[in-house]
Write a protein that binds this ligand. Structure first.
Ligand code: PEP
Ligand code: CO
Length: 455
């Protein structure tokens, strides 16, 4: 018997009856409720047409007919909501998607970790410095990073500031795309300033020429320009961590007879908030967006099967993505296991590899970093294991920036530990820089060797 599309015992605030992990404690409940009410009255950031369109594309990726590129900052910050940053982030994702499109010969679904990636899970509720304990910084939508009692106090008004920045970000992205910025006829629009000096530049420019030549060739045969190449689809995603924010913009759409989270197209559940009995699962089960869950080594087969049963009871195509993040050392132990567990319940899911979060380490100087080789090798093993098991790895989830930062070690330019201090800018986790991100795209596209069998 199929389940109703929206569970009858669910509403956007029903998560309040469950234990909610990783939430701040607001001192003033009235101020919190006031901010949620203000947020609920504002227009949505995304529409259900876009959300359902994305779900269809994710269903295609599930079947092996498309590939998902999901990437962006670990945490966006309000200060970084600038024209340059948005353009850079869009440029790197467009460039990577072009490389992957040519290499994989499949549509690439572009999803930014942007326009709402403002809340972060933390390992402790409090941070202590020199004997002073203050609430941990949980992301710009909740409190401020500076270590003062005032800055660390959770402020509900920050949800409204976050909503505004998310809207500004997506508005600019949409205008750029609608204005022709992403036109495949003009990939020179997306060149990043320092692309010229990169060891990968020649390879990239050759590929761009190849695309331009193919387009011209095709248009010459057809006798008219290919208009659909002027525009690409671009979607937003963030971790659906801060439940009051997610709840406030959750609406019932009568023409679809379902509830949608309209702050973003494609929210995901982080590793620390995937407890079956917890508030996040309760919230996510009732929304119709395509959703993702991070799967780490601590997730048992039963837990995963339970999540699938609650989050996608009708086995709806495109609805559920599993983002595995085991780390290079443990991927061979855990990935075959979870693929079997999913197969055993006959579930359709989109498999995505996050080769970042299982490979984080801290250097002797205290920099949180990741080694390019470990990232590449987890990805390589994930492709290999899925292939061996007759399943399809349909996407990649990356922390990256179009900027020239030094946060991850290795890659074509051979960044060393001693280079990290030069441009270490991330607020939370280390990101691939422009060149390293491009290299991953080329590896996936088969233009460089992902299959380094020595690793
Ligand atoms: C993240 O994606 O930034 C994150 C916190 O990941 P995870 O939940 O997989 O640890
Ligand atoms: Co992160």
């Amino acid at each position: 018997m199929t389940q109703p599309l929206t569970p009858t015992d669910w509403h956007p605030a029903s998560w309040h009856t469950r234990e909610a992990a990783q939430q701040p404690t607001y001192k003033d409940r009235n101020a919190l409720e006031g901010a949620v009410a203000q947020l609920a009255a504002l227009p949505p950031i995304v529409t259900t047409w876009e959300i359902e369109g994305l779900k269809e594309q994710l269903a295609a990726a599930q079947r092996g007919d498309a590939f998902l590129l999901q990437g962006g900052d670990c945490a966006e910050s309000f200060d970084a909501c600038t024209s340059d940053n948005v353009v850079q982030q869009l440029k790197i994702l467009l460039q990577m998607s072009l490389v992957m499109l040519v290499g994989l010969k499949k549509p690439v679904i572009r999803v930014g970790r942007m326009a709402g990636q403002y809340a972060k899970p933390r390992s402790a509720d409090f941070e202590t410095r020199d004997g002073v304990s203050l609430p941990s910084y949980r992301g710009d939508i909740i409190n401020r990073n500076a270590f003062t009692a005032e800055d660390r106090e959770p402020d509900p008004q920050l949800m409204l500031r976050g909503y505004e920045r998310a809207a500004l970000t997506l508005n600019f992205v949409r205008s750029l795309i609608d204005g022709g910025f992403a036109d495949l006829h003009h990939p020179e629009n997306w060149d990043l300033d320092f692309v010229g000096g990169s060891p990968l530049a020649a390879e990239y420019h050759q590929l761009v020429r190849q695309v331009s030549d193919s387009l011209k060739f095709f248009e010459a045969i057809v006798g008219e320009p290919m208009h659909r190449t002027h525009r690409v689809n671009f979607y937003a995603s963030h971790e659906g961590l801060h439940l009051p924010y997610e709840q406030a913009q959750t609406r019932f759409l009568p023409h679809r007879k379902r509830w949608y989270n309209l702050t973003t197209h494609y929210p995901w559940i982080g590793m620390r908030t995937a407890d079956l009995a917890g508030a996040h699962i309760e919230y996510f089960r009732g929304i119709a967006n395509p959703i993702a869950v991070k799967v780490g080594t601590g997730v048992s087969d039963e837990h995963l099967q339970g999540l699938i049963g609650v989050l996608n009871p009708n086995n709806e195509p495109g609805r559920l993505t599993l983002i595995t993040r085991f780390g290079v050392k443990q991927v061979e132990e855990h990935l075959p296991r979870v693929i079997k567990a999913v197969r055993n319940v006959g579930a359709q899911v989109l498999w995505v590899c996050d080769p970042m979060h299982g490979n984080t380490e801290t250097t002797a100087e205290g920099y949180k970093t990741r080694r390019f080789d470990n990232i590449r090798n987890e990805l390589r093993l994930a492709f290999k294991i899925h292939q061996q098991m007759g399943s399809y790895l349909g996407g990649v989830h990356l922390e990256l920036t179009g900027g020239d930062v030094t946060e991850c070690i290795g890659g074509a330019r051979g960044l060393k530990e001693s280079d990290l201090a030069r441009a270490y800018k991330t607020q939370v986790d280390p990101r691939l820089n422009y060149e390293q991100a491009m290299e991953i795209a080329m590896l996936i596209a088969g233009r460089l060797r992902l299959h380094d069998e020595t690793a």
